[in-house]
Design a binder for this molecule. Structure first.
Ligand SMILES: C[S@@+](CC[C@H](N)C(=O)[O-])C[C@H]1O[C@@H](n2cnc3c(N)ncnc32)[C@H](O)[C@@H]1O
Length: 543
């Protein structure tokens, strides 16, 4: 028997326990999980998912959970909830289909020549005589940056590419592949525009934009119903511009939604449709102010250029067709705000990142602090935990861990919860070990982990010495006084005012003779007269 489990939101400790019991006692042939709005999973459930022998089917709706599980090798399908609410948002175009007769080649060239270069795929079927070698792809190749190819059978669809149906073959698209066949003529045509349109309507639904140029007969026009039903956008060339009008006239009658435009208007329409939205600085600033007022997260002084790029990225993810629409969605829906928040924070990290820094800490800094009865360390902006675990391993090696407490904080709650689990996919082990060997090769890295077939996990005795919690460096107050503070690769995203605020916080939180460690491309301001330790690249400072 199969078991269906639907989880809404993040699991509480007690819910996780009962789920764990359910998973360990049942004898099911398969288990279907649906995680709705779940951003992270507690340790026991992750371990269950990694070890369960039963067939698993997992659907996630939050990007963070999708990535976390995928990185651990746990297969799951990500279904973006916002994309399902099609009625609210205009879909962006993912594919364009162009059909026409042989007389439409000039129109086709005009459209392709001025087409903005984006990541879409374009499919073209023109009625070209079967005995003619098609030169269409080489003609188009010389007019556009898109890669233009005459389609062959069973090829995977790529972005930035225009596919032309070859003479005398039907071109059909299914599951991201192109297939060609020699089957019967459809609407007296092979290749048939209708066969291409029908398959694309199913493949791309409302992310498809269809263009029908001049032509005889009813090929193409017989697909209008299926295109309409799938929410595809349809542009028909104005029949007044065509010598062969039948196809367009038939299509106009068959479609309830098609727009009839002159070729030049089709070009302008495409330009508008594929153009990225330009944001004015003031609009962005006003938006960030509203985000701050609504959620208390302060991105107002973040570097504008990278903020813009990230806003654009999430806007497209949730299919908001304007910044204004996107603003409303973010302010109304906390889940969309969270998507934006994870796009704003870059979480790249690794064990023993910049090995020479940790070598120096192990060889010179820890011995300097070894006389202290108690050692307090803060890793600020700790991401998924690699840095605090690295520090704990070094303290253990130096015999200082028993009398130490490590605070590890980040403003991203989801990443903190991933860090607490301390589970990593086996594929990362070798690179972590290489780093370790470069800075401390006198013993083995293995001793700090427990190993399983698919993953490795930080040992309990190391995990126990780290207190992970949420803390925002730009808005929250100091949490304690520390002997060492790591704040690496966090400040690079902040402007000078925010950096000043963070440095005040660090200064307030660092004990006399304590050490501050920054990222390779960061430096303390002149106002802090700390002593530099090690070489210029290390960014280790003593108060
Ligand atoms: C690039 S990672 C660096 C991780 C680790 N320190 C390292 O160097 O490997 C930057 C981390 O800083 C966090 N971060 C960014 N702004 C922050 C803020 N205002 N307060 C706390 N954490 C922040 C991000 O969420 C992210 O996890």
């Amino acid at each position: 028997m199969s078991l269906n489990i639907i989880i809404e939101g993040n699991l509480s400790t007690s819910d996780a326990k009962s789920l764990h019991e359910q998973l360990s006692t049942g004898t099911h042939s398969s288990i279907d999980f649906e995680f709705k709005g779940t951003e992270y999973l507690p340790y026991i459930i992750v371990i269950d998912l990694l070890n369960i022998e039963t067939k698993l089917q997992i659907v996630t709706s939050q990007k963070s959970l999708y990535l976390y599980l995928s990185n651990l090798g746990i297969k799951n399908d990500y279904i973006n909830e916002h994309k399902l609410q099609k009625t609210n948002y205009v879909q962006k175009v993912k594919a364009i289909a162009i059909g026409g007769s042989a007389g439409s080649i000039d129109g086709l060239i005009k459209i392709v020549k001025d087409l903005r270069y984006t990541n879409i795929s374009i499919f073209v079927t023109l009625h070209i005589l079967p005995d003619k070698d098609s030169l269409l792809s080489s003609i188009l190749n010389s007019t556009t940056d898109y890669n233009v190819i005459e389609a062959t059978d069973n090829i995977q669809i790529k972005e930035h590419t225009i596919y032309i149906a070859p003479p005398n073959k039907h071109m059909i698209i299914k599951d991201n592949y192109i297939f060609l066949n020699d089957e019967e003529h459809v609407n007296f045509s092979r290749p048939s525009i209708s066969l291409m349109y029908d398959s694309l309507a199913k493949e791309y639904t409302n992310s498809l934009l269809c263009i029908l140029l001049c032509g005889y007969g009813k090929d193409g026009s017989s697909s209008m119903d299926i295109l309409d039903k799938n929410g595809c956008e349809i542009l028909l060339q104005n029949p007044d511009e065509c010598e062969a009008k039948d196809m367009i006239v038939n299509a106009t009658q068959a479609s309830k939604t098609a727009q009839v435009l002159n070729l030049s208007n089709i070009q302008s329409y495409l330009e508008l449709k594929l153009a990225p939205i330009e944001y004015y600085e003031n609009e962005i600033k006003e938006f960030l102010q509203k985000v701050y007022d609504t959620y208390g997260y302060d991105y107002r002084n973040y570097e504008l250029k990278s903020i813009k790029r990230r806003i654009e990225f999430v806007r497209l993810q949730v299919n908001a067709n304007s910044l204004n629409k996107f603003k409303q969605m973010v302010l109304k829906d906390k889940n969309i705000f969270k998507e934006l928040q994870s796009a704003f924070s870059i979480n790249i990290t690794e064990f023993f990142r910049n090995t020479e820094v940790f070598k120096k800490i192990y060889e010179d800094i820890l011995p300097d602090l070894s006389h202290l009865k108690y050692l307090r360390v803060w890793c600020a902006g700790c991401s998924r935990g690699d840095e605090p675990y690295t520090v704990a391993i070094l303290l253990k090696k130096a015999g200082l861990l028993a009398n130490a407490q490590i605070y590890a904080t980040d403003f991203n709650e989801t990443i903190i919860n991933e860090a607490i689990n301390g589970i990593y996919p086996t594929s990362l082990y070798d690179s972590f070990k290489d780093n370790y060997d470069k800075c401390a090769s006198d013993d083995t890295f293995e001793q700090y982990f427990d190993f399983s077939e698919k993953y490795f996990e930080v040992k309990k005795e190391i995990k126990e010495k780290i207190l992970f919690f949420k803390h925002n460096l730009t808005t929250d107050a100091s949490i304690n006084e520390f002997n060492i503070i790591f704040c690496r690769n966090v400040l690079i995203y902040l402007d000078n005012d925010l950096k000043d605020r963070v440095f005040n916080l660090m200064d307030e939180s660092l004990m006399k003779d304590g050490y501050l460690v920054l990222g390779e491309s960061e430096a303390i301001p002149k106002t802090l007269t700390y002593l530099r330790i090690g070489n210029k690249k290390m960014k280790i400072y003593k108060k």
